[in-house]
Design a protein around this ligand. Structure first.
Ligand code: GAR
Length: 204
């Protein structure tokens, strides 16, 4: 499986995935890391692992469609099979979602469907809930609405601040994302999951 990683920020999840690949607990080839932000620290992190990087900004294109067509061309050039979103803070449009249906995954810092969208950690703290968590899901055209693949709960204590809760969530993410990707790729390569004519994965 050849993957592309999309990220907008610090890239700690990208790093956890690249470490797992290096440690041979995740069997995949990282074709490139893409960021929509020129100064995103993830770009330097990827270079340290010897992974190619690409960056372009949506505002340098006439439309979102043209931006995503360039991204799609990049995915084609590298013959990428899976797109892994790791802190990519933009909604993907049909230009990419349709050709990659059930081959784009995202990680989100809440127990979806609770707290979708931006600042999921702040939303959970603001709602006063006792637990939140991490969700890994397929990406569809909606905002964090795709089919859920894996979830793990993170308890919230009365001492938690936004920083402490973000740290707890990221610790879970760094374990869960590489593990889940490995399971997913194994299942697909063994043919355990087969796509029917509607595009929905079905267990045999
Ligand atoms: C992660 O916590 C990820 O779940 C979240 O952004 C953070 C990126 O951190 N993603 C979203 O909120 C997507 N809606 P990182 O750059 O350190 O990997």
């Amino acid at each position: 499986m050849k993957i592309a990683l999309f990220a907008s920020g610090s890239g700690s999840n990208v790093e956890a995935i690249l470490q797992a690949i290096r440690a041979e607990t995740l069997y995949t080839t990282p074709a490139f890391v893409f960021s929509d932000r020129p100064n995103a620290p993830v770009l330097e992190k990827a270079k340290r692992y010897g992974v190619s990087t690409h960056m372009f900004r949506p505002r340098d294109f006439d439309s979102k469609q043209q931006y995503e067509e360039s991204l799609l061309q990049l995915l084609d050039n590298y013959d990428v099979q899976w797109v892994v979103l790791a802190g990519y803070m933009r909604l993907l449009g049909a230009t990419i979602v349709e050709p990659y249906t059930h081959r784009i995954v995202n990680i989100h810092p809440s127990l979806l469907p609770a707290f979708p969208g931006l600042d999921a950690v702040g939303q959970a703290l603001g709602a006063g809930v006792e637990k939140t968590g991490v969700s890994i899901h397929y990406v569809d055209a909606g905002m964090d609405t795709g089919e859920i693949i894996q979830q793990e709960t993170v308890p919230i204590t009365s001492e938690d601040t936004k920083t402490s809760l973000e740290e707890k969530i990221k610790r879970v993410e760094h374990q869960l994302y590489p593990e889940t990707l490995q399971q997913l790729f194994e299942e697909r390569s063994k043919g355990v999951l087969q796509r029917d004519e509607t595009g929905i994965d079905k267990c045999q």
